[in-house]
Design a protein around this ligand. Structure first.
Ligand code: CP
Length: 355
């Protein structure tokens, strides 16, 4: 059994990631050359959760490669509203389309969908778990705007606890030599321990601080994030955190001339509108780089079928339920309870929480 899904950016080997970044750059330089590579192919974009950039950039990516797009951006307009399971929706859609991009608020849902899909599934965000093509967007942006992916001092600011893009970016940038991180957040929104373990194992230095103004001056990159209202247990907890970090013109005065500001967007109030006119503000360009990154990924998945093939390891199954209430196995109860072992713990194969 083989698979060619992109659930996590770690599904790509390091050299595959580099090849995808390089191809994105080539497409950006000469888009015309690639405008028919997906002629006759169809992508299904299944968005169970709101999205502007990810959804539209997948759609425009496919169309700019010559392909066509079907799908929904509101499950209430599909048979999901009548109670159709994820398994049934994916099974049917993979009979219509050549490739599926899915966003779903349920953690582990992309991995679950991949079990029933005969075509590649790309995870376009599964709740607070993973968002691999945002990280691809970020590294394509860094590669083009900084000219390198190594020896960068990267500040990450805001919701480092719930920000899946932050976790994924750190994991990926740890693979490149000489990177270090300045983690700027309140105590309640600190980075999870498993990400600290990854930085430690990769010998990537990091510091945890709570002040943006005092720590901006020697950064090469500042990655701002939104305080994610939808991930908080109560409105009171969100209110206590919102508006703590605001990047404005005054703070930008302390930053290096070649520092760049990234943000996965959407923003709420964490970057003032006046910063948009600063040439170091790269977050709107970043959204465009995302389209080129997705074009490269779609092209490699569809054009070069052996490219992303890896041997599918046999899954181990348990009777125990995942302890994460947001995990897909607790909602789509027919799913086999797959797990893997890590550091003597039993880990859910869908959401990567301990069982
Ligand atoms: N960055 C990002 O995922 O944006 P959307 O939620 O608009 O897709």
């Amino acid at each position: 059994m083989k698979h060619r899904h992109v659930i996590d950016l770690e599904d790509l080997t390091f050299s595959q990631l580099q090849q995808t970044i390089e191809l994105a750059g080539k497409i950006k330089e000469n888009p015309e050359k690639y405008s028919h590579v997906c002629d006759g192919k169809i992508m299904a974009t299944l968005f169970y959760e709101p999205s502007t950039r990810t959804q539209m950039s997948f759609q425009t990516a496919m169309m700019r490669l010559g392909g066509k797009v079907i799908g929904f951006d509101n499950p209430q307009n599909s048979s999901v509203a009548k109670g159709e399971s994820l398994k049934d929706t994916i099974t049917v859609m993979s009979g219509y389309a050549d490739i599926v991009a899915m966003r779903n608020p349920v953690e582990g849902s992309a991995k679950a969908a991949s079990l029933y899909s005969g075509v590649p599934v790309i995870n376009a965000g599964d709740g607070g778990h993973l968002h691999p093509t945002q990280t691809l967007t970020d590294v394509v942006t860094l590669s083009n705007e900084k000219g390198r992916l190594n020896h960068l001092k990267i500040g990450l600011c805001g919701d480092l606890k719930n920000g899946r893009t932050v976790h994924s970016l750190i994991k990926t940038m740890c693979h490149f030599e000489g990177n270090s991180f300045v983690l700027i957040s309140t105590k309640d929104l600190r980075i999870p321990n498993y990400i600290k373990d990854i930085m430690d194992k990769s010998n990537c230095p990091y510091v945890e601080v709570d002040n943006l103004q005092d720590n901006i001056s020697d950064l090469d990159v500042l990655y701002m994030t939104r305080i994610q209202r939808e991930r908080f247990a109560s409105p009171e907890e969100y209110e206590a955190q919102k508006g703590v970090y605001i990047l404005d013109k005054e703070k930008m005065k302390n930053a290096k001339e070649d520092m760049i500001v990234l943000h996965p967007l959407p923003r709420v109030d964490e970057i003032t509108v006046e910063v948009d006119d600063d040439p170091r503000a790269c977050y709107f360009k970043q959204a465009v780089y995302g389209m080129y990154g997705r074009m490269a990924l779609i092209m490699l998945l569809l054009e070069d079928k052996d490219y992303y093939f890896t041997n599918d390891v046999e899954k181990k199954t348990t009777e125990k339920c995942c302890s994460n209430p947001r995990c897909v196995v607790n909602q789509e109860t027919y799913l086999p309870k797959h797990y893997y072992n890590k550091d003597n713990n039993i880990i859910c194969d869908y959401c990567d929480h301990e069982i």
